[in-house]
Design a protein around this ligand. Structure first.
Ligand SMILES: Nc1ncnc2c1ncn2[C@@H]1O[C@H](COP(=O)(O)OP(=O)(O)O)[C@@H](O)[C@H]1O
Ligand SMILES: [Mg+2]
Length: 135
């Protein structure tokens, strides 16, 4: 897999979450994703960006256009924070589970909206969530 293009954005405020969402929309358009696929990756990115802000105490989003097998292109997104980490990823992915008193649908929902979903997390160190939506 090669990286054709990448951009890092900070996530420190609600407005930054909006900017990440808008940037993902622009990149998905540039990749000529269909409108349903665009909405999927945009929705997933906005859920994970908000978690980075709220639970990770802010961090970064890195957008990448990746190429596999020299032809298949995708949009890969990394969300990284130096927050408290996630004690149980399985529990965090369960619909209805929230430590913030909210809906608890974002994390698992985002996983279902993309083709690949990876979580690396360590208690006391932080969390990195990677999403890929292939064309
Ligand atoms: N980056 C993160 N750092 C720490 N905890 C997280 C992070 N992202 C998600 N979580 C945990 O996963 C739970 C579920 O996330 P989510 O499904 O988006 O629900 P909600 O945002 O409504 O709480 C959160 O309540 C939180 O406990
Ligand atoms: Mg959430």
């Amino acid at each position: 897999m090669t990286i054709e293009k990448s951009q890092a954005l900070v996530i420190q405020t609600e407005q930054d979450v909006v900017l990440v969402r808008q940037a993902v929309r622009v990149w998905a358009t540039e990749l000529q994703f269909g409108s349903v696929d665009q909405t999927k990756i945009v929705t997933a990115s906005s859920e994970i960006a908000r978690n980075t802000l709220v639970y990770g105490n802010g961090g970064t989003a890195t957008l990448e256009i990746v190429v596999a097998d020299s032809l298949r292109k995708g949009l890969r997104l990394h969300f990284e924070d130096k927050g408290p980490g996630i004690a149980s990823v399985e529990q965090a992915l369960t619909n209805g589970y929230s430590t913030g008193g909210s809906m608890g649908l974002g994390f698992g929902g985002a996983k279902r909206l993309v083709n690949e979903f990876y979580v690396e997390t360590k208690l006391g160190e932080g969390t990195r969530v990677t999403l890929i939506r292939w064309k």
